[in-house]
Design a protein around this ligand. Structure first.
Ligand code: NAD
Length: 731
């Protein structure tokens, strides 16, 4: 049987031409090279039909009931290496969309479900856009998140359609516009009920065929008109946008800056010139390391999203989770309860204190209120979600649980006895998980009758914001248990990484030497500003000293001490951090640490803390060369992490370099534009790494002793990614 081309072109008896995308091999339509070439042919057919007056309007639609187009082919983007080849390919795509824009009959895009990237650029080349009101219907241009810009006309056509400010809001962030927003800003001509979608699209096309009209931009106030439409207004908008981009990205991401360049130069000018600039800029960006790294991060996330947490062919099944029990309604338990309820899961929070339960409930309530305020959730939905959460002091409230997550005090004896009591009150098939951040999952399991149904589920604080969940497999944990907790983490919108049961698991273990090194740097007389500045200059979201404040000086002191105990002298706490622990300062939650805080908000560096740390040498003495200092600080901080990551791999905590990288990006905000800690390490080459580490060991001591794996990789001249590929990358 011959397969129909994709997209197809047909003309119906009413004189409407239909270009229909429906990829038989994929669940979503993707604009591969083949599809684009076929679109070119379909447009030739449409042009012919229009000339012969057989077609009086053309509709572009998807044959999939719940999605439009998922964008361009990412594999093709990731493999482009030559900017000239890239530019030629982009220009070809642009010319196909220009053909669509210049069809001699009116055109309308019928969008139901997600419409992404190249899909949005396609509909921008149509005269009208009719959107369904389904909640899944949304337009987004996520190119900037991949280090490129919309170059099939998106950067050029979007601001011309919706105005400069509304366009920048989408172009610079990649965020989605739902149907209501699309209508408000003039991106959608009409929004129709999803149940009547096909009929309404047909009726719209028939009206258009009878009497073509152009869509009118929505009414805008005088100020918006000034800012969007006049050269001085646009200059102000672009200047402010550039400032915002620099503040949020530190200039590490070139794509948004290139978008602003193009709009500065071409916004009021000819479309064709703007298209040429778009193609050139995108071609340079697409071959850059930043783009390659961001595409790598995207693939890591997708692999985690599609994964099960257990080896392929293990036969394990994830059980559906409709009811989650939470032990402890404190900071973490309250957050976990709210998160589960926000995804429609029933929750029972058990604590030993009434006031903790009411605290947990009001924490959940305030998070839902925040969602309502930010218009991410309706009031009604927030009420419904709140109704899913119950709490009490009794164990029997947990009896219907599919999973119970324990988040009580960090003490092995208490956790053991509470888990054991819980086991007696739940069904045999119920899975128990601990949110411990430092205790052994294997040791905890010894208190249980059913250790196979127990593992770690390590959320990070604050639960609603931090994307990572470490799923910790203990020695007795079964595949079904891992698969269920992995699936639950995905259901609640997190990125799970399965890790082995070792001190600090993965993220906290690698952060340990990094935070400690910041203490040693203080001791060597580097200032708070220079230490945190060097880390931020590298791209970390905050410096290590600011992070210690954030985590809490008491909590991080405790974590440092337990890593020291478990891993030995290379983790011996830096004397300034021990001094810090004695000051009684708590960090952000207490209002002071390395920084001063007011109502939880960071105010400024608090230099007075240095005087409280006897082991710190003259910190304020001016140093010879700030640039050289920054390089040295950065080297000490980042190599500390790389060296520990090498030990983590050697200890089998995770099987692949990719796991380390995904966890560090999602758990610490390690800069995505660098592709991950070990991908960055691989750019330094194994011998270069060993060399640097050996010099640090010589100058600063044995905490920098190269990890045995580094020595082996250098001898074999192999990178981390070569030696520890992800399972599906192994040949
Ligand atoms: N706070 C963090 O940053 C963070 C991050 C990751 C993991 N964790 C881990 O999560 C767990 C909880 O930490 P937290 O910060 O939410 O603590 P928390 O002190 O805010 O809350 C603990 C809650 O457990 C309750 N509790 C104590 N004993 C109990 C018992 N026998 N039965 C039921 N409830 C009991 C307490 O009343 C309290 O409400 C700890 O294991 C901690 O290591 C904390």
């Amino acid at each position: 049987m011959t397969r129909s081309p994709n997209p197809t072109f047909d003309v119906d008896s009413d004189g409407i031409g239909w270009i229909t995308f429906d990829d038989a091999d994929r669940s979503m339509n993707v604009l591969t090279e083949g599809v684009m070439l076929r679109l070119g042919e379909a447009l030739d057919e449409a042009r012919g039909a229009a000339r012969e007056a057989r077609a009086r309007a053309v509709v572009v639609r998807s044959g999939k009931p719940s999605s439009f187009i998922a964008g361009a082919d990412l594999d093709a983007i990731g493999s482009l290496e030559d900017p000239l080849v890239a530019e030629k390919q982009i220009r070809l795509g642009q010319s196909i969309y220009t053909d669509l824009a210049s069809l001699p009959v009116p055109t309308v895009a019928a969008v139901r479900g997600p419409c992404v990237g190249g899909g949005v650029e396609l509909v921008l080349a149509c005269d009208h856009r009719v959107l369904s009101d389904a909640t899944s219907t949304a337009m987004s241009l996520p190119e900037v998140q991949l280090g490129i810009l919309p170059a099939w006309g998106g950067t050029t056509r979007l601001p011309r359609l919706v105005g400069l400010q509304a366009a920048l809001d989408l172009l610079l962030t990649g965020k989605r516009a739902d149907a209501a927003k699309a209508k408000r800003i003039g991106l959608a001509t009409e929004v129709v009920p999803t149940d009547l979608f096909d009929d309404q699209v047909r009726a719209f096309a028939l009206r258009l065929a009878r009497a073509p009209w152009r869509s009118k931009p929505p009414k805008r106030g005088l100020l918006t008109q000034f800012l969007d439409d006049t050269p001085p207004g646009r200059r102000i908008v672009l200047f402010m946008a550039r400032r915002r981009v620099m503040a949020t990205t530190g200039g590490h991401y070139p794509a948004p800056l290139r978008i602003l360049d193009i709009l500065s130069k071409h916004m009021g000018g000819a479309v064709e010139e703007s298209l040429v600039a778009e193609a050139k800029a995108a071609a340079e960006l697409v071959v850059s390391p930043v783009c390659k790294n961001l595409v790598h991060v995207f693939h890591m996330r997708e692999a985690a999203r599609k994964g099960t947490g257990v080896p392929a062919g293990s036969g394990a099944t994830a059980r559906p989770v409709d009811f989650v029990g939470v032990l402890g309604a404190g900071v973490m338990g309250g957050g976990i309860g709210q998160l589960a309820a926000s995804r429609g899961i029933r929750v029972y929070m058990k604590d030993i204190e009434h006031h903790a339960i009411s605290g947990g409930l009001s924490h959940a309530r305030s998070l839902f209120d925040g969602e309502v305020r930010r218009r991410r959730m309706s009031k009604l939905a927030a009420e419904r979600h709140m109704e899913l959460i119950a709490g009490g002091l009794e164990y029997h409230g947990l009896s219907a649980s599919d999973v119970v997550v324990e988040a009580i005090v960090e003490r092995m004896d208490v956790k053991k006895s509470v888990l054991s009591e819980t086991e007696a009150h739940v069904d045999e098939s119920c899975i128990l998980a601990t949110n411990t951040s430092s205790l052994s999952v294997g040791e905890m399991a010894t208190a249980l009758e059913r250790p196979a149904r127990f593992c770690g589920m390590h959320f990070f604080n604050p639960v609603h914001r931090m994307p990572l969940v470490e799923v910790i497999r203990g020695p007795a944990t079964s595949d079904d248990t891992v698969a269920t907790i992995y699936g639950l983490a995905l259901t609640v919108g997190k990125v799970p990484v399965v890790v082995g049961d070792g001190p600090g698991f993965l993220v906290n273990r690698i952060l340990g030497p990094y935070l400690n090194e910041a203490g040693f740097l203080l001791g060597d007389g580097f200032s708070i500003e220079s230490i945190d500045g060097a880390a931020k200059g590298f791209g970390m979201p905050m410096g290590p000293l600011r992070l210690i404040d954030e985590v809490g000086i008491d909590v991080s002191g405790h974590a440092g001490a337990s890593l020291h105990e478990a891993l030995g002298d290379r983790l011996a706490p830096a004397p300034p951090l021990l001094d810090l622990g004695r000051t009684g300062r708590l960090g952000r939650k207490g209002g002071s640490g390395f920084y001063r805080y007011d109502g939880g908000k960071e105010k400024e560096v608090d230099r007075s803390v240095i005087a409280l740390l006897p082991s710190v040498r003259a910190a304020d003495a001016p140093r010879a060369d700030p640039k050289e200092d920054a390089r040295l600080i950065r080297r000490r901080l980042i190599l500390s992490m790389i060296n520990e990551a090498a030990r983590v791999l050697d200890d089998g905590i995770v099987p692949s370099a990719r796991d380390v990288d995904l966890a560090m990006i999602m758990g610490t905000g390690f800069p995505p534009f660098r592709g991950g800690l070990l991908r960055f390490a691989d750019t330094l080459h194994p011998r270069g790494l060993l060399d640097r580490m050996t010099r640090l060991q010589r100058d600063l001591g044995d905490r920098f002793e190269p990890a045995p794996l580094l020595v082996r990789l250098a001898a074999a001249d192999r990178t981390f990614y070569e030696a520890y590929p992800a399972p599906h990358d192994r040949s």
